[in-house]
Write a protein of this length. Structure first.
Length: 291
């Protein structure tokens, strides 16, 4: 008898996770015998849980806050993307019983940014586009790599501790990147004192927990930014964050956390279950996710 394929998501807390709804939706559409569940795992029990995955019969787990970097020492190997990011959001049990880590968050960032860039036209006398990443954890690392994969090359990373932000800025693989105190968050201005029309465009990515329930809001004044700014909030609980509301009020282009969540889940689903998810049903899935 073939056992059903089972995977899940771990975090602390994890009750807010929408991943079970996404994966169960795809499993049902494909008429596959499988399941996907939440597993609350306290930080001090992370190693015990991860090492028990083979015995539990799980295909693997997605990994969310606060375990994306802490899980690495308990794994046998990392794929190239996870190794480059230095964070893991997907763990699988391989055929030989080993634990391998992946990072599908990178694709979850790259795809919507690439789609936005394809319809976005910078102003005349445009100097460059600066990606401003808020945060210094695993999600910020994925944001830097995903934005670089989407074709962006100038990065500033804002965090309470610039020492933690500096390695994130370096992940873009270009010399254009620096770490800055969170209080310095704001648009880059042309140093020419307005003598020309040269200007910077901006992509703002909130890769921190700010904006989630129980956390402070992102300390940013969007009225200081140009009208072609793209605002990407990786938070999805709540989905309609104060940052996105403020961006829409200024008619700025926005990317919400569900676009990233579904994108990273699609790659994880293929890793867990060995088949691509039915993305032709994305509109129906999104309606379920925002109920």
């Amino acid at each position: 008898m073939i056992e059903p394929a089972v995977a899940g998501v771990i975090g602390w807390p994890v009750a807010h996770s929408k991943s079970p709804l996404i994966h169960r939706f795809w499993l049902k559409k494909l008429d596959m015998d499988g399941d996907y569940s939440r597993f609350p795992v306290a930080p001090e029990r992370l190693g015990d849980f991860i090492r028990a995955l083979p015995a539990m019969g799980l295909r693997g787990v997605n990994v969310t806050i606060p375990h994306k970097t802490a899980v690495i020492p308990f794994l046998d190997r990392l794929d190239e993307t996870a190794r480059g990011v230095g964070a893991v959001n997907t763990v699988i049990v391989t055929a030989d019983g080993k634990l391998e880590g992946f990072n599908t968050d990178v694709e979850g960032v790259r795809a919507p940014l690439a789609a936005a860039a394809s319809i976005w036209m910078p102003y005349a006398d445009h100097v460059a586009t600066c990606v401003q990443i808020i945060g210094a954890g695993g999600a910020a690392r994925a944001a830097a790599c995903g934005a670089a994969a989407a074709g962006y090359s100038d990065f500033d990373v804002f965090a309470r501790d610039p020492a933690k932000a500096a390695p994130v800025a370096a992940l873009a693989g270009t010399p254009f990147g620096k770490a800055t105190l969170l209080q310095g968050l704001g648009p880059i201005r042309n140093p020419d004192d307005g003598a020309t029309d040269q200007r910077y465009s901006h992509v703002i990515i909130n890769a921190s927990p700010m904006g989630m329930a129980g956390y402070p809001e992102v300390p940013i004044k969007l009225e200081d930014y140009y009208p072609d700014t793209i605002v990407f909030d990786m938070v999805y609980a709540p989905l309609d964050t104060a940052l996105l509301q403020a961006a829409r009020a200024r008619a700025l282009a926005t990317i919400d956390g569900l676009q990233m969540l579904v994108g990273q889940a699609a790659q994880a689903f293929e890793i867990f279950f060995g088949t691509k998810p039915p993305r032709q049903h994305d509109d129906e899935l999104r309606r379920l996710l925002i109920k």
